[in-house]
Design a binder for this molecule. Structure first.
Ligand code: SF4
Ligand code: SF4
Length: 165
């Protein structure tokens, strides 16, 4: 089975809660997976797994740059070319979908690691807080809160769902 990067968003949030000034390395795929501007794994995961997909999404209404919209699945998509990093969406979101530092390093390329490059992938894993990033041959495992973000990345997070068990 192909190797995948596993990002543990639960551990990452804990690490950030303990040290809110921490500079978080950002994993990105420069070539293929983020065709609509530079998107970090953290951003993609937050909108996919944490976001409640509000019907009248206040984050969209408050955005002064019209940078947010929903895709056909109701997942929020940020147009990076329009976003001015004002963080109004972070403040207004009632569910804390976006971490407080979400856009802090938006233009700081030193913290970005191109995960299409094996060396940068290893550097990214080492730069993350302990246990947050790892390589695995496992696949999605809802029992362990592990979900597939795309064909290269798994994310461990508490999945928001409207379905009753
Ligand atoms: S306000 Fe928060 S939870 Fe609601 S759609 Fe926007 S990001 Fe998602
Ligand atoms: S940071 Fe500001 S400009 Fe960017 S998406 Fe959020 S509300 Fe819109």
């Amino acid at each position: 089975m192909a190797q995948k990067l596993l990002i543990d968003m639960i551990k990452l949030r804990s690490a950030l809660a303990e040290n809110s000034d921490m500079l978080i390395p950002e994993g990105v795929f420069y070539q293929s997976l983020n065709s609509n501007g530079l998107k970090t794994i953290r951003e993609l995961a937050a909108f996919r797994f944490t976001c409640r997909r509000c019907e009248d999404a206040p984050c969209i209404s408050v955005c002064p740059a019209d940078a947010l919209e929903k895709d056909t699945e109701g997942i929020i998509n940020r147009h990076t070319n329009l976003c001015i990093s004002c963080k109004s969406c972070v403040t207004i979101c009632p569910f804390g979908t976006m971490m407080t530092d979400f856009f802090r390093h938006h233009r700081n390329k030193d913290l970005f690691y191109d995960l299409t490059d094996r060396n940068e992938l290893e550097l990214f894993i080492r730069a993350c807080p302990p246990g947050v990033a790892s390589v695995t041959e496992s696949d999605e495992s809802p029992a362990e809160n592990i979900y597939r973000l795309n064909d290269k990345v798994l994310v461990r997070d508490y999945l928001y769902t409207t379905e009753t068990p």
